[in-house]
Design a protein around this ligand. Structure first.
Ligand SMILES: [Zn+2]
Ligand SMILES: [Zn+2]
Length: 143
């Protein structure tokens, strides 16, 4: 029996289901991923198209053309709440990514189980490191 995992956007209007194992996990620190996610990096779980089913009527798509490679990437998102739902790209036909944080239970996504790589570290932000100079809390500091 193949492994199945589900996930979706924060408002629940867009959902996805994957069957089987991802081929890899890419943690991308490029400036494009920083901008599209609004944070330090994108964590993309990579599947073949046929493993992924996206459901819900609120899925939007934006085509970005890279100014470096001139190739397109189709970013998918929930039209209602704006959550990131991963992307497909011209450079890698037949595959799509899903954001690791959008799975209902992301604890199965582990570096000891899957090939996991940090890429584009040339633009890594120092504020994504756990610096001993920055206060740290297991929960919020107001608790
Ligand atoms: Zn949504
Ligand atoms: Zn990137």
């Amino acid at each position: 029996m193949a492994m199945e995992h589900e996930g979706g956007c924060v408002c629940g209007a867009a959902r996805f289901k994957v069957t089987g194992e991802p081929s890899r996990v890419t943690i991308c620190h490029c400036t494009w991923c920083q901008r599209r996610t609004g944070t330090a990096f994108g964590t993309e779980v990579v599947f073949e198209d046929r493993q992924v089913v996206l459901t819900g009527g609120e899925i939007g798509r934006y085509r970005h053309v890279s100014d470096e490679s001139d190739r397109w990437l189709d970013v998918e998102f929930c039209r209602r709440c704006g959550s990131n739902l991963g992307f497909t790209l011209e450079a890698a036909p037949g595959i799509r990514t899903l954001p690791a944080g959008a799975f209902d239970d992301p604890t199965w996504i582990r570096a000891d189980r899957y090939k996991m790589r940090h890429v584009y570290l040339r633009s890594r932000r120092t504020w994504s490191d756990l610096s001993p100079l920055v206060e740290q809390y297991e929960q919020h500091f107001r608790q």
